[in-house]
Design a protein around this ligand. Structure first.
Ligand code: ZN
Length: 405
């Protein structure tokens, strides 16, 4: 094992990709791909599946050292069940942030995959467990902060927020993120960039909605007239609830899990259906929830009660007027750097950007290193030719935001 790791490590450092020539902007004159890869490997050698506390803590320790070495204030916060989160700021004041660079240290990769699928590079494409989601971007955020443009350093309160529970949240990690989000004006979320110079301006919010039905049991042969069938009420309810989605733009409601009844000769007393619910803004979310609640109050069959349950309301990452202003800043930064115009996308899956948006921050997502085949340990990839441009872009955006302040 040891010799294999050493061999691959040698390959990695020998295989520094040749980067395409971008306009010499001076925003990443310090960039050194050999050093970037060495630091990326340090993060990728650690298993950090959500809930693998030891891994999250090791990454927090590495980042603490890095950010302290550039004079930033670092605070670590234990998130029960997920390990330590980290906040690094360019000022000792951590009560308010003009701009947050949001990133996560956890992955979906099984413990053991760090050594089974280590960092390798072929034709400028990096592979390995967690390389795209989100370790290339975690390392890019570190590089952005190494040399923040002077104006941004002087005028902006900047925070790097590292969540150890993005892939699989816990009450503690969600509370931590919500607390950070409330202090934030602008959040640049360093999830992997999309192929084709893609960035994300909106993400659907998602919730699991459970509807419980309660009827009255009876013997199906002896006294069926006394029974009130919860399973049959649920069967009526599913298409009625699903139909609510068509009243609103870009809403989906899918009944994906059902449970109910006991034996075939018993009129079913209880039944449950769980819907996956997705929406593009929180007003629509509330309207749909109200519609479902009203249907449940009205009922679906005589004498069968129905009740809507969910853990907590989650938010969409909404494309708002405020976020559009940030998008325009990013577009301007790309233009001034001689980079191709960002392609802004609206997507279905959630990220930490949803939490920032829910708290009222202006959010731009997928700011990180371009990657794909996320969560597939053998295929996951990260495009190393996008590292330097995304670092330059991040720095330039901070400078422009400082100029606007
Ligand atoms: Zn991610």
């Amino acid at each position: 094992m040891t010799s294999r790791r050493q061999f691959l490590s040698g390959c990695v450092l020998a295989a520094v990709p040749t980067l395409p020539v971008f306009a010499n902007s001076g925003y990443a004159g310090d960039f050194d791909m050999t050093q970037y890869l060495k630091e990326l490997k340090e993060l990728m050698d650690i298993d950090s599946k959500s809930g693998h506390i030891e891994g999250a803590n090791q990454i927090a320790d590495i980042l603490e050292k890095r950010f302290k070495s550039i004079g930033w204030t670092v605070t670590k916060r234990d998130c029960e069940g997920r390990g330590r989160a980290l906040v690094a700021t360019n000022t000792p004041d951590q009560t308010h942030y003009d701009v947050v660079l949001s990133v996560h240290s956890d992955t979906v990769q099984a413990v053991g995959n760090a050594s089974k699928y280590p960092l390798t590079i072929k034709d400028n494409i990096a592979h390995g467990a967690g390389v795209a989601d989100d370790k290339s971007s975690l390392n890019a955020v570190w590089w952005i902060c190494k040399k923040i443009p002077k104006k941004a350093q002087e005028k902006l309160k900047i925070a790097v927020i590292v969540n150890p529970g993005e892939e699989s949240g816990s009450p503690a990690s969600r509370a931590f993120m919500d607390e950070q989000a409330k202090k934030t004006d602008v959040a640049l979320v360093y999830e992997p960039g999309r192929p084709g110079n893609g960035f994300v301006r909106s993400r659907k919010g998602s919730m699991f909605l459970t509807v419980n039905f309660h009827g009255r049991p009876a013997h199906a042969g002896n006294n069926p007239q006394d029974g009130r069938n919860a399973v049959e009420a649920m069967a009526i309810a599913i298409p009625e609830i699903k139909a609510i989605a068509s009243k609103y733009k870009d809403v989906t409601l899918n009944a994906d899990v059902v449970k109910g009844g006991t034996t075939p000769n018993t009129i079913a007393e209880d039944a449950t259906v769980v819907f996956d619910f997705r929406f593009f803004n929180d007003q629509t979310r509330d309207a749909v929830l109200e519609d479902i609640e009203n249907l449940c109050k009205r009922g679906f069959a005589p004498d069968v009660t129905s009740e809507l349950k969910y853990v907590a309301k989650s938010s969409a990452l909404a494309h708002t007027e405020k976020s559009q202003k940030v998008i325009e800043v990013i577009d301007t930064a790309a233009k001034e750097l001689g980079q191709p115009a960002p392609k802004w996308m609206d997507v279905g899956g959630a990220s930490d950007g949803n939490r920032f948006s829910g708290a009222g921050a202006a959010v731009a997502c997928a700011m990180g290193v371009v990657g794909g085949d996320l969560h597939h340990p053998e295929k996951e990839w990260s495009d190393m030719t996008s590292v330097k441009p995304r670092i330059e872009l991040g720095r330039k955006v901070l400078e422009l935001l400082a100029e606007q302040k």
